[in-house]
Ligand binder design. Sequence first.
Ligand code: K7E
Ligand code: CUA
Ligand code: CA
Length: 636
Amino acid sequence: MINPKDKNLPEIDTQDSQASEHVKLSRRLFLGGGAALVGAGAAGLGGSLLTANVQAAGNSNAAHINVGPGELDEYYGFWSGGHSGEVRILGLPSMRELMRIPVFNVDSATGWGLTNESKAVLGENAPLGGDCHHPHMSMTDGQYDGKYVFINDKANSRVARIRGDIMKTDKITTIPNTQAIHGLRVQKVPYTKYIFANAEFRIPHPNNGLAMDAIDKYYTLFSAVNAETMEVDWQVIVDGNLDNTDADYTGKYAFSTCYNAEGAVDLAGSMRDERDHLVIFNIERIEAAVKAGNFQTLGDSKVPVVNGRKGSDLTAYVPVPKNPHGINTAPGGKYAVANGKLSPTVTVFELAKFDALFDGSIKPRDTVVAEVELGLGPLHTAFDNRGNAYTTLFIDSQICKWDVEKAIRAYKGEKVNYILQKLDVHYQPGHNHTTMGETRDADGKYLISLCKFSKDRFLQCGPLHAENDQLIDISGDEMKLLHDGPTYAEPHDCMIVHRSKVKTAKLYKRDDPTFAGTVAMAKADGVTLETDNKVIRDGNKVRVYMTSVAPSYGMDQFSVKQGDEVTVIVTNLDQIEDVTHGFCMVNHGAQMEISPQQTASITFKADRPGVHWYYCNWFCHALHMEMRGRMLVEPA
Ligand code: K7E
Ligand code: CUA
Ligand code: CA
């Protein structure tokens, strides 16, 4: 396991000596005071990386995370896989990786992106790849309900749904009229009816190449995706762009940060003004406008689009400093915190004031009850159940623990110290997340800091480095670093769910909707999947139906003709938990998983005559190697 004390060993390699040189420079010195904030988007970030604090984590806390062999973790962590396009499940506190869920990527272990069932979810001509940022579980009454996990794809403007019982992706929706779905959150109360999805980039509408220079006419949209149908129920036109989003605990409001109120298309332009804004969406009013027919549609899309630009009564705009990034609702439901990024401040909103804001009885900035300084580069804030907030300071490479009520008092002028502790993390943290911290059930046990750079913390593996997900104990008065966890690109965000909230299936049910299309195809072919091993010819299309029971397939050979399009459909009849089979047709780019009681299918061209072996590629039995058969391809 980990040994943070390694950092105290003599400097024996170039990586260490490199680090010790840099540590002599103070990161604030490097940044050069206030002006550095503006430069943070460019030189400042690079500079701070070089000078980041390399202080050793020297601690004896490792026992806290020792989940012994055969013991189970207390929490599921759902990790964004970033631009790998997948979602990962980790156990906490052990930080063991338990599972990977392919979503927007292609995965040869499971056949995701290769099987017909996964292609049906991905859709025709689906882009290969994605960029996941924000995983969020569906909720009922502000508590995780275990039903779904949603994830965005910034790269191709999509939102996906993962089923909580089988932990597989079952729906993917492309959001129309947008480029780059970034912020994503769920409605928390009364239940997750909507997934709120921010489109980041402003584009011309219509985007037909005729008005590309009319930058002031570009705009972007906020979307509400229906969690059950995965259709987009409505979209809202906004001013500025959209970064992150969150929702309240009444079900009435969602709100999104904007870093580019300037409407610029260049870096300097998007940092010009001292303030950008938070856009607040009045969900009831938007639903009423859609119902009353007060909407337009854009291009080929049928989705109702309402106008939520400045001056609309469907939205409100609150000025916030400066290029704000994360927006996080506190578990009590009283406050939300916007994180200043290029301002050293966080802005605290009192959510109960939003009603008055929409009534017109108060002004937008009257919803702000604190705007206090924490340090350089605040990006995201997490919460415990004791009124404390934990904010990542990207440039300072720290987590700042602060007391929300004290911050509010300090903002009113009282002399009170609201900052409780700053803990060095390694290095440059983006998101952080507490156990159950985005729900009413926040329990204040652990904090994860998702550090963008690991620099010298792990054995190097070439120029590309792992990131560093650090586990921190927040149960006491002081934050304590427990564990360094290397991760592959790029866990923007995660969420940590108590294991009692997750109910997974041990076997597939034979009527599982993920292979309902294949069952229907078999029925049309007169095949009973659970008993038949049959080859059905349909012109030059051949469907090979076979069963599997460890350690053999229902057919150890079948014949087709050169040029046939072959679909192999395997039904795994094993009823024993964990006895997953695979199917791989050698030299045909075809392989897939078939878990117990699952049916899966894959299609390929039999374009070469001769003998072609297929085999089971998931270890299932002592005779797993022998689980194989021959495809006999007759020459054309
Ligand atoms: Cu990387 Cu939530 Cu996309 Cu912040 S986001 S770090
Ligand atoms: Cu079946 Cu390995
Ligand atoms: Ca800005």
